[in-house]
Design a protein around this ligand. Structure first.
Ligand code: ATP
Length: 140
């Protein structure tokens, strides 16, 4: 089965949406195989979003992602990457409320930045992002 990386961002945790988001995850047939509540520091947030480092919103994004704890989860199911992206909906939560009202971002997100969840955009990104947070421990 395929794995993807999901993050409940600071606004999602702050608003106590975690249980509702987890219910949506289970209802859609995902298994949460790993879970970790952490506070990202600036360095980690910048590194995780390095592909966006030249964008105008980068510093604002880093500030947002370090504004409180985040819940990192590895989700597993057939077609996990695409299915999780479909379940969370478009990046802009305010637009999602109109076009994809049943998506997680529409229901629990706020706007283009505060969109409450992250999802890997490809199987390659998923592998990179999972190993970013969950370093494989070698035995011995
Ligand atoms: P994610 O990678 O978090 O799943 P995404 O792939 O839908 O989201 P990206 O374009 O990769 O969106 O942007 C990463 C994150 O940066 C978005 O989820 C959002 O929080 C923030 N973001 C994206 N575009 C903007 C913008 N124009 N202004 C402010 N924040 C933005």
């Amino acid at each position: 089965k395929e794995k993807t990386l999901a993050i409940i961002k600071p606004d999602g945790l702050y608003d106590n949406c975690t249980d509702k988001i987890k219910n949506a995850i289970f209802d859609s047939g995902f298994t949460i195989v790993k879970e970790m509540l952490i506070q990202l520091d600036e360095e980690a947030a910048m590194s995780f979003y390095a592909e966006h480092s030249s964008r105008s919103f980068f510093s604002s994004l880093v500030k947002y992602m370090t504004s409180g704890p985040v819940l990192i989860m590895v989700l597993e199911k057939e077609n996990a990457v695409a299915d999780w992206r479909a379940l969370i909906g478009p990046t802009d939560a305010s637009k999602a409320k109109i076009t994809h009202p049943n998506s997680i971002r529409a229901m629990y997100g706020l706007d283009l930045q505060k969109n409450c969840v992250h999802g890997s955009d490809s199987p390659q990104s998923a592998q990179r992002e999972i190993s970013f947070f969950f370093k494989e421990k070698s035995s011995g």
